[in-house]
Design a protein. Structure first.
Length: 237
């Protein structure tokens, strides 16, 4: 089944090479994109309060990603006159222009929770990653110390120093949920990619050719699993 499957490892805020994408679009029938569903986060938190920290981290991560995409858009608009809304959207627009079928094949938070609830609870994620546990302790100590220094600074009239410390503390508080989200992203990769792999095999068995656009960290696992199923997937540079 060589030549039926192609995969492009995306960087999300970087525009894919148009010549590479267009070459493959002339061959494939389907384009399968990444898109973790987070719209059901309120229902998830209601069901299990232990998932709240991971959910907050994910929402913060997506807000930052959206901000970085806007910055990238300013660059691509000023240099190439391209309205860049993210690499997934960019590939989707190119695919639809030439009549290819586009699907977002991914999980949502509730479906991941139902398959493995430990993936979304903070206690289990901290247990899985010793590095995250160490970082969490260090950052908590930094916040406590910073609050003390800030209070002393304002009380003693060192307003500039106190303001710098307060700003550092606020940034640290924003970063903590994102760090706690990292183990979730790693742990949920297998669950998320399994759905994609099944869809790829289904389409190829039906005689279709497929282009996958997925985050770079997903590529190695997806290619390996497809190969185990007898499907060779060409990695595009």
């Amino acid at each position: 089944m060589c030549g039926d499957c192609f995969i492009y490892g995306s960087v999300h805020v970087k525009m894919p090479r148009r010549d590479v994408v267009e070459r493959v679009l002339s061959i494939v029938d389907y384009v399968l994109l990444e898109g973790l569903g987070v719209r059901d986060w309120r229902e998830l938190v209601k069901r299990d309060r232990g998932t709240m920290i991971v959910v907050v981290g994910l929402l913060t991560y997506f807000k930052i990603l959206c901000f970085l995409t806007r910055i990238a858009n300013l660059y691509y608009r000023s240099r190439y006159d391209i309205d860049f809304k993210g690499d997934m959207m960019y590939v989707a627009e190119l695919a639809r222009r030439v009549g290819k079928r586009v699907e977002i094949v991914d999980e949502d938070l509730l479906s991941i929770y139902e398959k493995d609830r430990e993936v979304l609870t903070i206690t289990s994620l901290v247990r899985r990653s010793r590095l995250v546990s160490i970082l969490l302790v260090l950052l908590t100590c930094f916040v406590v110390y910073g609050l003390w220094v800030t209070a002393v600074g304002f009380l003693t009239g060192h307003y500039a120093q106190a303001t710098i410390w307060l700003t550092s503390i606020l940034l640290t508080i924003v970063v903590i949920p994102i760090i706690l989200t990292a183990p979730f992203i790693n742990a949920a990769t297998t669950i998320r990619d399994a759905k994609l792999i099944n869809r790829v095999q289904e389409l190829i068995n039906q005689g279709h050719k497929v282009l996958i656009v997925r985050g770079e960290r997903h590529v190695k696992y997806i290619v390996g699993e497809l190969r185990r199923r007898g499907v060779e997937c060409e990695v595009l540079s």
